[in-house]
Design a protein around this ligand. Structure first.
Ligand SMILES: [Mg+2]
Length: 171
């Protein structure tokens, strides 16, 4: 493997993997100097396409806010859907075609008043959530998707994700 290949591989490797956001230890984040949490919406805190926030995810977000973390939603979804979640959770949101591009993460950090070394990104997709975060040196946490439903092109990406994460593709 040459250096270029190695760099690309590192950029899409999450720093941590959990089944759901509720498994992320907020006290540990605090001890690491993390002050801001950027969170994906679809299949991270809500099933894809649903207007329904998963209870343990909503509780984890509320706990994060109570502990003093800044939390910002970051989604490639359209404005009306993104705004619904922002209102429901009382959180700021950055939306549109923002991932894996750097500017979306920079905008979220600007809102949070944090920098790359004091921010974490939490999401369910390697090629958007994790790649964008790693490009800026943001600690990236990959969650298992909440549902099997997603866009056809995302299902294709999942096969590559499983390969890159070293899982057997059982589908
Ligand atoms: Mg997602």
């Amino acid at each position: 493997m040459n250096c270029g290949e190695r760099r690309k591989t590192v950029l899409i490797q999450p720093d941590m993997r959990v089944d759901g956001v509720w498994e992320i230890d907020l006290d540990e984040l605090s001890r690491r100097g993390i002050a801001g949490i950027i969170v994906d919406i679809d299949n991270t805190i809500a099933p894809w396409g649903a207007y329904d926030i998963c209870d343990p995810a909503a509780e984890w977000l509320a706990r994060a806010k109570n502990l003093g973390f800044g939390v910002c939603l970051l989604t490639n979804n359209y404005h009306s859907r993104a705004d619904w979640f922002a209102r429901a959770l009382g959180l700021p949101v950055v939306c549109g075609w923002v991932k894996p591009w750097r500017w979306g993460y920079r905008r979220a950090m600007q809102i949070l008043g944090t920098h790359s070394d004091s921010t974490v990104m939490v999401g369910d997709q390697l090629f958007t959530d994790i790649l964008g975060a790693k490009r800026l040196g943001i600690h990236a946490i990959l969650v298992s998707p909440l549902s099997d439903r997603e866009l056809p092109h995302t299902r294709l990406k999942r096969r590559l994700e499983r390969f890159l994460l070293g899982r057997r593709d059982d589908s």
